[in-house]
Design a protein around this ligand. Structure first.
Ligand code: SAM
Ligand code: SF4
Ligand code: SF4
Length: 337
């Protein structure tokens, strides 16, 4: 029987995001700047990662709280060995209706068909520019767009529903807003613009580096008229717009200029089994320790209820209201976005 748990702002514990690895083949400047995540950076040894059995045990517990959606993320989740097997096992958990992956797409060429066969419902692909010269800089590794485009095509050929995520940062890629919109209007894939956020401690964020949702919408509307769409469900983070000529839609995730903490139902588990109730948290709760100490499900359930009912997070609202936020935060590549 489903047991809903509400936090201090009456938000249910629902959408589960699991990071399966902290490593990545990219070094996006806004996420894993190469000067910090260099060759000598110590990623987690395999023994620290939650095993698939441990992840499945947790997913089953979360399903008892009403979790229906699971997103697999990273680092780069497709770098975790046999990730399709994890997808297939999550899909078999009673109550789980939707399994998605967020990826930079490079390994989709090899894995899209296997993931579809495993039951993957959707894939969100990150691409921050359509022009090579800009993209080579944003990914920090000089990688051209072709491997990502090929990954997108592989996902399409495998019949996986696709959304494209573009982080927009002033001085980095705001000149790509229109070229990206034109390109994906043509292919028919939904493109979602994400305001650059101050996740982690190293990406040089300040308010002047954010291109606000309003500006993004105005730029697109001036060339390709759009109309707002109704939200499809409680807690939907993207504001959606449809092209007036009927050729598909775009979304804007305005995490900075229009915080959506009041409906944030996301629980995040890092690759080493720490639970975070907010993307901007400083510390997590060690769930892996409970699992590895052979604690009963009931003990883990009681702990989750305690954590969630105490949850008071609203970092983005505080940021918007000018509440000082000086704490050290966890890194995006660690928690998985
Ligand atoms: N490697 C995968 C990828 O890039 O899709 C999954 C992990 S990545 C951390 C998840 C999402 O977080 C990506 O869409 C990425 O663009 C986004 N992201 C990372 N750093 C960000 C930042 N500072 N502000 C906004 N979004 C960010
Ligand atoms: Fe890697 Fe994704 Fe972070 Fe880019 S955004 S560095 S692809 S984890
Ligand atoms: Fe949720 Fe924290 Fe983001 Fe607010 S700042 S939407 S509470 S993750």
């Amino acid at each position: 029987m489903v047991q809903y748990v509400l936090d201090k702002h009456d938000r249910p514990m629902k959408d589960l995001r699991i990071s399966v690895i902290d490593k990545c083949n990219f070094r996006c400047t806004y996420c894993m700047p190469a000067e910090i995540f260099g060759d000598d950076y110590r990623f987690m040894p395999e023994s620290e990662l939650l095993s698939f059995d441990e992840i499945i045990r947790l997913v089953k517990i979360f399903a008892r709280f009403g979790t229906e959606k699971v997103r697999i993320t990273g680092g780069e989740p497709l770098m975790r060995k046999d990730i399709d097997q994890l997808v297939a096992r999550i899909k078999q958990v009673d109550g789980i209706k939707d399994v998605a992956i967020t990826t930079n797409a490079v390994f989709l060429v090899k894995q899209a068909k296997k993931l579809k066969a495993a039951g993957l419902d959707r894939v969100n692909i990150s691409l921050d520019a359509i022009e090579d010269e800009v993209f080579k800089k944003t990914n920090g590794r000089g990688i051209k767009t072709a491997p990502v485009i090929k990954g997108i095509e592989a996902a399409r050929a495998a019949d996986l529903p696709i959304k494209i995520n573009m982080v927009v940062k002033k001085g980095m890629n705001e000149d790509q807003i229109l070229p990206m919109a034109r390109y994906f209007k043509e292919t028919g894939d939904t493109l979602r613009f994400i305001e650059f956020m101050d996740v982690g401690n190293h990406n040089g964020w300040n308010m002047s580096t954010v291109v606000p949702k309003k500006e993004i919408v105005e730029q697109i509307n001036a060339e390709m008229p759009i109309e707002p769409l109704e939200a499809q469900y409680y807690g939907e983070v993207a504001d959606r717009y449809q092209y007036s000529d009927g050729s598909g839609e775009i979304g804007v995730i305005s995490s900075v200029t229009e915080a959506f903490c009041s409906s944030c139902t996301r629980v995040r588990i890092s690759a080493d089994g720490q639970l975070f109730t907010c993307l901007f948290a400083s510390e997590g709760y060690d769930i892996r320790e409970m699992i590895r100490n052979s604690e009963e499900d009931q003990a883990i359930i009681s702990r989750l209820i305690k954590i969630w009912t105490m949850r008071d997070d609203q970092y983005s609202v505080d940021r918007k209201n000018g509440v000082p936020t000086t704490k050290t935060k966890i890194e995006m590549s660690y928690i998985g976005g």
